[in-house]
Structures are given as structure tokens and as C-alpha cells.
Design a protein around this ligand. Structure first.
Ligand SMILES: Cc1cc2nc3c(=O)[nH]c(=O)nc-3n(C[C@H](O)[C@H](O)[C@H](O)COP(=O)(O)O)c2cc1C
Length: 353
């Protein structure tokens, strides 16, 4: 697999580990992927729950938690580190500012259009800014706004298709429609960005449903410079989730991977379980909104608190939550090291050459 560049950064292994909240991709997984030459990504979602301190509040705990995770990842790896921030989080700007102060290599921002992201850069900052988009329209809007308002263009773009895990940037009816497949969107995005930069100076990273070296090869042939993979790393030894969370992947069959309506107002992909069944039957109701964590979440109309549900599942309390997962999660059969996962990907890729 060939290296590629995001600005001044040389990415030896063209694999970005997708940011996975709450508590699924922290310093443990990020360091392991970075040590293999890819980009390790810490998810910012819910850090305040994971780093709850008595005399503090959720928003300050999030900042503290992010600093701690960056410190821990640097202890374990000198490789490239990114953070993933959802634009829909109410503390988006806190997280971006902290990441830039801490000199994180790359910020990946999705679940909404990060229209003001360049405004946080300082004259000396070298952090690269990489939006996550699910359409050429979103890519164009971001390029136009950034160019007009900040004279800045994305350092790369993650293009995430409908087979990804977690929240999806598609309407429900688009998810199964071939016209919205990742194979369709990638060439459309490449055509749009050609109006702004050549494809090597704004590389495209393909994401969603990529699970083998053959898949990586296919998307590189389509014009991507690298791939972002989430699901495949959940069943790694180094993944920061509990064993119970990882086991839901190993036990899942294809028909267990379903689409849900998230309280955030977007569809999501997850593994069916008892909790999701209760939500569907209307017996799961949130009592209060403890964190005000997501701008678009109306807790009075939400069937449950997503932050609590994802936190519970990451800790292994699957009765009070569920696991987000990509469409290929059912392919996981055992827990392996990140090193083994990556060497299998390399072998599979080399067969295609
Ligand atoms: C458990 C899980 C949690 C995720 N959480 C986030 C998140 O917090 N923010 C985000 O932008 N993407 C999130 N994603 C999407 C991944 O970062 C990744 O882009 C996507 O899953 C790629 O598809 P794949 O899982 O099929 O490889 C999540 C995915 C999974 C499986």
C-alpha cells in the first residue's frame, strides 16, 4: 500500500482509523494504529463522562479528558494522531481549540458541516483540517465557504458512504439506493474538488464498509488516496471498548446489523439488541437531559439519552445501551491485535496488485 501526504504529513500506511465514540477509540486504539504507520484517531464524544470529576462539570471534564487522552497517546506512540469531533456536539469549539493548542496532527470533523473550522487556527498552528462529508454537495459547500471566509481549503476530505457505522449523513431512503453508494460518491467528490485543488493536494479518504485489502484496493483504484476504517478495529485487542461491546460484533449475524433513528436526528447503524427493542416499543424514556451535549437533540422528544446509552455500552452494560457498527461488523470472528489486522490487510491488498 502506498503512502500519501496530507500537507506536510507523510502517512506511511494509507489507513486512517475512524474516530468512534463514546469511549471506543481512545488513546489505546489510536496509538496502536499510529504505531503501524496509519493515523490513530481519538473520539471526543462523551469524554466528560469518561473523565467525570467531582468538583467539575461535563464541559470542563471533556476538555480535561481530551488533554489526558492526547498525553496518553503520545506516551505510547510517536506516530500521527488525529481527533474526531462531531459538529453537532455543543462543545465543538472547546474540543477544536484544545486539539489545536495540544498540537494534534489532524482534526476530523463530521456529523454536520464544519463551516467555521478554519477560524480556530492560529498563525503558528500546523494542525490539518479534514471534514467528513457524505456528498459532493457538502464538499462543495465547505470548499466555497472556507475559501471565501478564510482563504483556506480542506487539507483532505473523508468521504463517508452509507455502509459506515454510527450516524450516517444520508436520508433513510438513500441508504440502500445504489446512486448514493460510496463507489458513486467518490468520483463525484473528486470532480468537485478538481475545481479547487489537484487531488494530491486535497486527498480523498474513502470510508464506510471497507473491511479488506481488496476493498482498499478498489477505492484506491477509484481515485482515493487512503481509507478510513472503523468497524474492523473494534474487535482489536487495543480497542478501548469493553470486551462485552466487542463480543456483540463477534456474535452478530448479518441480519442483526440494522438502521435506527438516533435522537440526534440522523439515521444510524447499530447491532440489534434488547435496548433497541425497548426503544422501538416505546418503553425507554429519558428522565432528564444531563449533559446538553448535542445541539440537535431535543430530549423531551427523544426516546433515550444517546450519550448515556453509548457510554453504558462502551463499558459493557449492553442492557442500557447498544453498539454502533458498520454494515460489515458481522464479519468479525475473533479479537486480534491491530498489528495482525493490518498485516492481513496488506497481504490481501498485495494479491490485487
Ligand atoms: C462504534 C462506532 C462509533 C462511531 N462513532 C463515530 C463518531 O463519534 N464520530 C464520527 O465521525 N464517526 C463515528 N463513527 C464512524 C467511523 O469513524 C467510521 O468512519 C465508519 O464507521 C467507517 O465505516 P466502517 O466502520 O465500515 O469501517 C463510528 C463508527 C462506529 C462503528
Amino acid at each position: 500500500m502506498e503512502s500519501f501526504r496530507i500537507g506536510s504529513l507523510n502517512i506511511k500506511l494509507p489507513v486512517i482509523q475512524g474516530g468512534m465514540g463514546v469511549g471506543i477509540s481512545l488513546s489505546g486504539l489510536a496509538a496502536a494504529v499510529a504505531n503501524e504507520g496509519g493515523v490513530g484517531v481519538i473520539s471526543c464524544a462523551g469524554l466528560g463522562l469518561l473523565y467525570h470529576r467531582k468538583a467539575s462539570d461535563f464541559l470542563n471534564d471533556c476538555i480535561w479528558g481530551l488533554k489526558e487522552e492526547i498525553r496518553k497517546v503520545r506516551e505510547k506512540s510517536s506516530g500521527l494522531i488525529g481527533i474526531n469531533i462531531m459538529v453537532a456536539l455543543s462543545n465543538f469549539s472547546d474540543m477544536v481549540r484544545t486539539a489545536i493548542e495540544e498540537k494534534v496532527d489532524i482534526i476530523f470533523a463530521g456529523a454536520g458541516l464544519p463551516l467555521n473550522l478554519p477560524s480556530f487556527l492560529t498563525p503558528t498552528s500546523e494542525t490539518k483540517l479534514v471534514p467528513i462529508v457524505s456528498s459532493s454537495r457538502a464538499a462543495k459547500i465547505i470548499c466555497e465557504k472556507w475559501k471565501t471566509n478564510y482563504n483556506y481549503l480542506p487539507d483532505a476530505l473523508v468521504v463517508e458512504g452509507p455502509k459506515a457505522g454510527g450516524h450516517l449523513g444520508f436520508k433513510k431512503e438513500q441508504i440502500e439506493d445504489e446512486n448514493y453508494s460510496l463507489e458513486h460518491i467518490i468520483p463525484e467528490v473528486i470532480e468537485i474538488i478538481a475545481q479547487y485543488k489537484n487531488d494530491k493536494s486535497m486527498p480523498i479518504i474513502a470510508a464506510g464498509g471497507i473491511y479488506s485489502g481488496q476493498d482498499i484496493h478498489r477505492f484506491i483504484q477509484l481515485g482515493a488516496s487512503g481509507v478510513q476504517m472503523g468497524t474492523i478495529f473494534v474487535t482489536s485487542e487495543e480497542c478501548d471498548a469493553s470486551y462485552a461491546f466487542k463480543k456483540t460484533y463477534i456474535d452478530a449475524n448479518k441480519e442483526d446489523i440494522i438502521l435506527i433513528e438516533s435522537p440526534v436526528g440522523m439515521p444510524g447503524r447499530a447491532i440489534r439488541n434488547e435496548f433497541i427493542g425497548k426503544v422501538e416499543s416505546g418503553t425507554e424514556i429519558p428522565k432528564s437531559c444531563p449533559f446538553h451535549c448535542i445541539k440537535t437533540c431535543n430530549y423531551q422528544k427523544s426516546p433515550y439519552c444517546i450519550m448515556n446509552a453509548l457510554y453504558n455500552s462502551s463499558k459493557g452494560n449492553m442492557k442500557k445501551g447498544y453498539a454502533f457498527a458498520g454494515s460489515n461488523a458481522y464479519l468479525a470472528r475473533k479479537i486480534s491485535s491491530v498489528k495482525d489486522i493490518i498485516s492481513t490487510l496488506k497481504i490481501e491488498y498485495s494479491i490485487m496488485e
